[in-house]
Structure formats: structure tokens, C-alpha cells
Design a protein around this ligand. Structure first.
Ligand code: PEP
Ligand code: MG
Length: 342
């Protein structure tokens, strides 16, 4: 919940200088004059008022200005984050990232199960979508990911998981076991072709059989995919066996605009509101509606008040957002008129 600016290099900062940092706008003013200070104060006050208005709608269901319901779930990167979140403010967990488990060595099945169970218990009957490990690219895991010249186009996400089945199977067993304890779905990151989805699904079936043979309680979760590789967003029909789609607008945007998400110099290009990205999102939403495949979006654009109107205009009716952004996302939705499309 703390605004932050990154990617600042070569600023003429020094001892005793004053800097006004506006992380909403992405600006820094060094040694501001009176006019800049007054403007900054007005913006800060307006931001504080907006936060209060957002807090007032945080517990209410998200509904557009013309009364269209929008599901708003939360993204969780570590179960410890849940302590400060009122579960009644969300429609469940739309993305539980699992990379935190892989910080210091490869995690045991029981360690994973305990972490997943905490989230399922917190959600108290609401749906929880857990993503299988998305190591690589911007999320390197020492001892698991490889040194590659271009890690964003390399062995990351489901590609790496399938290349290391002995590691992936441990996570699959923990996921099968936690699925017996609540409405858990599982999704695979960085899927590019149907064969990856099928291979991952086959591993789930094999591990389920093995658990059954050992008399260990489990359930088969719904298996969906992240839509974050352009090939899938362009031709979603190739992945129509997936139980649901969750659009990863962070990666989808970087691949469509060819602008690295970790590179401040091209940050201006990586904008999910680019018509090319929106058109792909619309393709996926429309395909999902035609085929009865639920579609949600769990990238950061889903909580950006500047992007939400355009996202809702694609027909999207479900987003999953960082907990700190949830009230502001609901407020932005309440101010958007989406029209008659659903
Ligand atoms: C995304 O790519 O939009 C996404 C939600 O996944 P991550 O940011 O973890 O890559
Ligand atoms: Mg991603």
C-alpha cells in the first residue's frame, strides 16, 4: 500500500535537497518552487480524500455506475499478507502466486500444503485459484531456474515445471490434497501451446491415482491457464480444454509491446491500454463467453483506475487485484459506465 517509484537513475539528488515524490503520477520534483509545492499539497490532499471514498466502498460488492456486477478477487503472493485483509471485501483469491515458497530451496509437499491451506481457510468458502510455480523471467529461483541470455523468452513458468517433473510433482500432490479442503482451482503460467496444458493435466491425473492408491485424501481441482503469451490470446480456441482463463496483463503487455516489464527505460511502452493489448483481451473475453469458459484478469492493469474503464469495455467482468489496490479498484468500477454488453 505504499506508493513507490523505481527505475530512477542519475537524479541530481544531494544532501539537504528536497524532493517531491508523486508515485501515482510517476514524477519527482527536486528543489520544488512554491508553485510546485502547492500543487503537490493539493494532489496529496485529493489522493487522501480518494482513499477515504474508496475505503467506504471496500466491503460492498463491485458494481459499475450502470449496475453491472464485477467480481473482484485478490492476488496473494504470501499467506502472511492476508492478516490485514477483510475477506468480506473480496470475491475470493483470483491468483495465489507460489514462488515465495521457492525462496530458499525447493519446498517439501507438507510445507506447500500448509501454505495453501492457510489461504483456503482464510477464504472461508470463497474460490481460491492457486498458480503453479512461475519461476524464471522476472522471478528467478536459484537452484531451479537456468542462466539464460533471454530469460523472458526462455524456460520459465510451465515450461520449466514440465522440464523438471520431479519438482513439479511435489507441488501437484500438495495442490491435489488442498483441493479436498475447499473450492480450489489451479492454473498454469506461461502456457503457449495446448500440449503444455495436456502434459500438466496428465501429471495431475497420475499423481491423483498415486494418492488414491496410498489412501490419501485429495480432490481434482479445476485446471485453467494464464493467458499471458500472445499466441494464446490470439488463438484461444487452441486452449479450449482449459477450465478457465486468467489474463496475465503484465506479461501479455510486455510481449505484445516488446517492452520488458523490468526495464524502466521502456516503461512508457508497457501500457495495457494499448489498443493491441485491449483487442487481444477482447478476443479472449468474447471466446470465453461463446464457449462458456470463465475469463478473469489478474495482472496489475485490473486495479489501475486509468485502465479499468477500457478493460470493462472489452466485456471483462472479473478481475483479481493486489489487496492494497482493492478499494480503489472498486471505486473506479463504481464510476465506470460499461454499457449494455455483458
Ligand atoms: C501477469 O503476468 O500479469 C501476472 C499476473 O503474473 P506475474 O505478474 O506473476 O507474472
Ligand atoms: Mg505473468
Amino acid at each position: 500500500g505504499v506508493p513507490m517509484l523505481v527505475g530512477l537513475e542519475g537524479l541530481p539528488l544531494g544532501k539537504g535537497k528536497t524532493a517531491l515524490i508523486d508515485a501515482e503520477e510517476g514524477s519527482v520534483v527536486i528543489d520544488p518552487n512554491d508553485e510546485a509545492r502547492a500543487l503537490f499539497r493539493r494532489r496529496a490532499a485529493a489522493g487522501a480524500d480518494e482513499k477515504q471514498r474508496a475505503a467506504a466502498v471496500a466491503l460492498a460488492p463491485a458494481r459499475s455506475a450502470d449496475s453491472v456486477d464485477v467480481a473482484v478477487s485478490v492476488n496473494v503472493a504470501d499467506p502472511d499478507e492476508l492478516a490485514g485483509i477483510d475477506v468480506r471485501s473480496c470475491d475470493g483469491v483470483g491468483l495465489m502466486r507460489t514462488e515465495f515458497l521457492y525462496g530458499s530451496g525447493l519446498p517439501e509437499e507438507e510445507t506447500q500444503l500448509a501454505a495453501y491451506r492457510r489461504v483456503v481457510e482464510w477464504a472461508a468458502g470463497r474460490p481460491v485459484v492457486i498458480r503453479t510455480v512461475d519461476a524464471g523471467g522476472d522471478k528467478p529461483v536459484p537452484g531451479f531456474t537456468l542462466e539464460e541470455t533471454n530469460p523472458f523468452l526462455g524456460l520459465r513458468g510451465i515450461r520449466l515445471a514440465l522440464a523438471r517433473p520431479e519438482v513439479f510433482r511435489v507441488q501437484i500432490r500438495a495442490l491435489l490434497r488442498v483441493a479436498a479442503q475447499g473450492p480450489v482451482s489451479v492454473m498454469f503460467p506461461m502456457v503457449s501451446v495446448a500440449a503444455e496444458y495436456e502434459a500438466a493435466r496428465a501429471l495431475f491425473l497420475e499423481e491423483a491415482q498415486a494418492l488414491e492408491a496410498r489412501g490419501i485424501r485429495f480432490a481434482m481441482p479445476r485446471l485453467g491457464i494464464m493467458v499471458e503469451v500472445p499466441a494464446v490470446a490470439i488463438a484461444p480456441q487452441l486452449l479450449s480444454d482449459a477450465a478457465f482463463f486468467s489474463i496475465g496483463s503484465n506479461d501479455l503487455t510486455q510481449y505484445v509491446l516488446a517492452a520488458g516489464r523490468d526495464n524502466g527505460s521502456v516503461a512508457g511502452l508497457a501500457d495495457a491500454r494499448h489498443p493491441a493489448v485491449l483487442s487481444l483481451i477482447e478476443t479472449v473475453v468474447r471466446f470465453g463467453a461463446e464457449q462458456g469458459i470463465p475469463v478473469s484478469l489478474c495482472g496489475d492493469a485490473g486495479s489501475d483506475p486509468a485502465a479499468l474503464p477500457a478493460l470493462l469495455a472489452t466485456g471483462l467482468r472479473s478481475v483479481s487485484v493486489a489487496p492494497a489496490q482493492l478499494p480503489l479498484a472498486k471505486l473506479a468500477i463504481s464510476r465506470t459506465t460499461v454499457g449494455t454488453r455483458s
